[in-house]
Write a protein that binds this ligand. Structure first.
Ligand code: FEO
Length: 405
């Protein structure tokens, strides 16, 4: 059965939802699923904007066939060739042998690397500022390298004001029948997943996202719809999502608040983290989030690190080093380019407590524009009552730092 939605009179959402995939890119859990968005324009020419993941190809074909109603498909515009979008291209080329493919030169190289064979089909490479007309509708192409792969472009339909934004403004989470942002409570239903998607998929590329936001700003008064490759279509309240993207890509915290991430073997470091959280709340700081790094997926930790201004790392010493899952979290913060955060440290070790120094060095050497609060809570095996004054000082220092920002 087809499942399509009108965006405008002659532009349709023809994508699919995937609730079967457990790990996006085989690494990020997606308990709420994900949508692969694709859009079809029925003009004098028929044009498909982006393909979808191979797993949902049948739904895409069903949707296209329904709308084409016997017409042929004339063009496929590929904004992003990553296989969660490009993998259906091969099947589309077999079904529509006369279709012309429009994309960047880099995307055609990637298509052939992935085995999405375009041989025998007319391939039209486009670059920044190029335009095409499909009848009533004209489009303009803007390159968006590294948002999130090097071949990415976005396409702007100047007739209806539709921005096909590729991965930009995308989110994890299936669509559940609701397509437009004004059909849902985005903040409640999608914001956490949008942030987790941003931080883990595009987070590393803040400067490139900033470059794209600048291009979008130049045409902002013409944009009526933002159509990303995952998640809801935006047709109102653009400032809300653009403001989020601006903050995330500048690595500015979204909120003043404290994330406490702890690595604990027998519950003693956890007890110290709990005690700190309690002290902070008693001192009036209620935006506190506590996470066990052993049981919280690192994509969730990264999302919270992008949200909050302060991060407390509490770790036991393990094999004379940083506890492996905490080490992984710190490595991910470096890989995803997290910046502009204030850190504090709780360290624990029963005979050679050196994890605090190692974490401080990793933050200072690997993370840009971050500071580490000097006061450190240092434990020998467990949080005994004689450590209460040190805990109090650490909590006070964090509260002061929070109030200064
Ligand atoms: Fe949804 Fe970068 O692919």
């Amino acid at each position: 059965m087809y499942c399509v939605r009108n965006i405008t009179d002659d532009i349709y959402w023809v994508g699919a939802n995937d609730r079967r995939l457990s790990l996006f890119e085989n690494i990020h859990p997606i308990p709420k699923g994900v949508s692969y968005n694709s859009y079809l324009l029925l003009d004098e020419s028929t044009v498909l904007f982006d393909a979808i993941d191979w797993s949902s190809c049948r739904q895409l074909i069903t949707n296209i066939e329904h709308l084409l109603n016997g017409r042929k498909l004339d063009y496929i515009v590929i904004n992003h060739m990553e296989p969660d979008h490009g993998a259906s291209l091969q099947e589309l080329l077999i079904r529509y042998p006369e279709v012309k493919v429009v994309s960047t030169q880099k995307a055609f190289i990637l298509a052939n690397q992935f085995g999405f064979c375009t041989e025998g089909h007319e391939c039209i490479p486009v670059k920044e500022g190029d335009t095409m007309s499909f009848g009533k509708h004209s489009v303009k192409f803007f390159t968006a390298p590294m948002v999130h792969w090097p071949e990415v472009m976005v396409t702007f339909d100047t007739t209806d004001g539709v921005l096909y934004s590729a991965d930009a403004f995308g989110t994890f989470g299936a669509l559940n029948g609701k397509l437009f942002n004004d059909e849902m409570d985005f903040e409640k239903e999608f914001l956490d997943e949008a942030r987790r998607y941003y931080a883990n998929i595009v987070g590393k590329y803040g400067p490139q996202v900033q470059a794209l936001l600048k291009k979008a700003a130049a045409i902002k008064d013409q944009i009526k719809y933002i159509c990303p490759l995952h998640g809801p279509v935006w047709r109102s309240n653009f400032d809300y999502i653009i403001d989020k993207y601006n903050k995330w890509s500048l690595y500015e915290p979204e909120e003043k608040g404290i994330m406490i991430a702890y690595a604990s073997m027998y519950g003693n470091t956890e007890a110290a983290a709990e005690a700190l959280a309690t002290e902070l709340v008693k001192k009036g700081v209620t935006n506190v989030a506590l996470y066990d790094v052993s049981t919280t997926h690192v994509s969730e930790l990264m999302s919270e690190a992008f949200r909050l201004s302060h991060i407390v790392l509490a770790s036991v010493t393990y094999n004379m080093g940083i506890y492996p899952v905490m080490h992984n979290f710190i490595a991910d913060m470096k890989a995803l380019n997290l910046q502009k955060r204030t850190f504090a440290i709780i360290e624990n070790g029963s005979w050679a407590c050196n994890v605090g120094g190692l974490m401080q060095k990793a933050i200072e050497c690997d993370l840009k524009n971050c500071t580490v609060i000097e006061e450190r809570l240092s434990l020998a095996s467990s949080m005994l009552c004689n450590k209460a004054p040190e805990l109090d000082v650490l909590a006070d220092t964090l509260v002061d730092s929070l109030n200064e920002q």
